[in-house]
Ligand binder design. Structure first.
Ligand SMILES: CC(C)(COP(=O)(O)OP(=O)(O)OC[C@H]1O[C@@H](n2cnc3c(N)ncnc32)[C@H](O)[C@@H]1OP(=O)(O)O)[C@@H](O)C(=O)NCCC(=O)NCCS
Length: 194
């Protein structure tokens, strides 16, 4: 079910922390909040680390720190959200959710999510997707959509667990050192959960 929880009220300025999702026993608390301009350097380092792993994204590298800072500072929270997951105050992961611009497509938000390698399997990915869903529901977004590489089993497992289904496969869409890889398009209909 799509529930607007606690004091969160998008797209008003988001209070922090947005949530304190304590994962299953043995896990540390994961806080999720919206990004501030002062987070740009840490966000850039996090993105750099994910790109350096080489296996997850298809872009050539992260945007510059300046571009990330500008992205945060100029963010229209009715159109997009940049959410950060924190573990012990360390920025552990992020989720970017962007509504498509065209009037006929703005009920769809496209997601990107990633978590630092040393902080995976602590619930950050799930907490970020959960918060993105809260943001989307608050704006009447009907559908969350994302792309994931065919070999990225961890991300596909996370998305399935969070209710996403495969909508389509772009065959041999991604070229990498080992050859070609499929790209999966996955989606979640929020209205189906109401
Ligand atoms: C995919 C990714 C974001 C998952 O983040 P995470 O914080 O580790 O995920 P969570 O801890 O919230 O996992 C939630 C659930 O997802 C599933 N899951 C996550 N990682 C998994 C893995 N490596 N293997 C199997 N299942 C996995 C599990 O069901 C897990 O629950 P459990 O730990 O209780 O078994 C993270 O692995 C990552 O950043 N990978 C590199 C970047 C990337 O691939 N981004 C997505 C691009 S499409």
């Amino acid at each position: 079910m799509c529930i607007l929880r606690g004091p969160r009220c998008y797209p008003e300025p988001m209070p922090e922390p947005l949530s304190a999702a304590v994962a299953a026993s043995g896990r540390r608390a994961v806080d999720v909040r919206s990004a501030h301009a002062r987070d740009a350097a840490a966000w850039w380092r996090l993105q750099r680390g994910i790109y350096d792993e080489g296996s997850w994204f298809v872009g050539d590298g992260p945007p510059s720190e300046g571009a990330l800072s500008a992205r945060i500072r100029t963010l229209d929270t009715t159109r997009a959200a940049v959410l950060l997951a924190l573990v012990d105050e360390e920025i552990a992961g992020w989720c970017e959710a962007t509504r498509l611009a065209a009037m006929r497509l703005e009920h769809v938000a496209v997601l990107t999510v990633a978590v630092a390698a040393h902080l995976r399997r602590r619930g950050c990915g799930e907490a970020l997707l959960d918060e993105a869903e809260v943001w989307a529901c608050g704006l009447g977004v009907r559908k969350l959509s994302l792309s994931v590489r065919g070999a990225n089993a961890a991300a596909q497992a996370l998305y399935r667990r969070c209710g996403f289904e495969v909508e389509g496969i772009e065959r041999e869409q991604v070229r990498d050192v080992g050859g070609f890889e499929d790209n999966l398009i996955m989606a979640k209909f929020l209205a189906d959960r109401a």
